[in-house]
Write a protein that binds this ligand. Structure first.
Ligand code: SF4
Ligand code: SF4
Ligand code: FES
Length: 225
């Protein structure tokens, strides 16, 4: 495959034709945060957290879906990039529930980790939450879409890996939502023995139901009875 020479953060590196900026950066030990990206899934460029500065480009570009070209000069952590990423995280948190401390996802939450890495403190944007009832009809999955960041990883994981096509995107703008059928609670037999969407979800929006006899107390799961 054709070798392509680029520069990332002032270091000359080699990539191969067809690779994205994110792939080359990762291969060379440079970290770029991602939310909607997963190496096994088709990139959709939904979250914009992976933006980088490319010399000669008027706007920041999404590194997870932009292929490298010969001679590209890229900055992954310039002040403009960091300021943009911080604003994106703040916008996500402005519409996210404030109950992170009691969320089962806890330190596994990718949004929370990125917010901490970027030292996000007080949110500068007006809080506007999306509240949905928790869906726990399915014996296999609980959906708490108030915590959904619309990354679509569940949709792609179910379509592309499990090939079950359970989810779709619906509605527009602030009302955008991952839906099942005609926006009905998820309850499908195909989900038995599958946790493909749960394992791909970066937040606490998807989880396994607690077993009978398990009860939550504070942040700890206590087995009773
Ligand atoms: S559990 Fe599997 S089949 Fe069910 S919605 Fe998730 S990915 Fe699709
Ligand atoms: S439920 Fe999870 S994986 Fe699916 S879009 Fe929302 S945050 Fe992403
Ligand atoms: S990780 Fe690149 S757009 Fe979401």
């Amino acid at each position: 495959m054709k070798e392509i020479a680029i520069t990332i953060n002032d270091s000359p590196v080699q990539g191969r034709e067809g690779m994205t900026i994110l792939e080359v950066a990762k291969e060379n030990g440079m970290d770029i945060p991602t939310l909607c990206h997963s190496p096994e899934l088709t990139p959709v460029g939904a979250c914009r957290i992976c933006v980088v500065e490319v010399e000669g480009s008027r706007t920041l570009v999404g590194s997870c879906h932009t292929p490298i070209t010969q001679g590209m000069v890229i900055y992954t952590h310039s002040p403009k990039v960091l300021e943009t990423r911080k604003a994106i995280v703040e916008l996500l948190l402005a519409s996210h529930p404030d109950n992170c401390l009691v969320c089962d996802k806890a330190n596994q939450c990718e949004l929370r980790k990125i917010a901490a890495d970027l030292e996000v403190g007080l949110i500068r944007f007006r809080s506007r939450k999306r509240y949905y009832p928790i869906e726990d009809v399915s014996p296999y999955i609980v959906r708490d879409l108030s915590k959904c960041i619309l990354c679509r990883r569940c949709v792609r994981a179910c379509n592309e890996i499990k090939k079950a096509g359970v989810y779709a995107m619906a509605y527009r703008g602030f009302d955008s939502k991952v839906v099942v059928d005609l926006d009905e609670p998820l309850d499908k037999d195909v989900c038995r023995d599958c946790d493909m969407c749960i394992s791909h979800c970066p937040t606490g929006a998807l989880s396994k139901p607690r077993k009978i006899g398990e009860e939550k107390k504070g942040k700890h799961l206590v087995i009773i009875g």
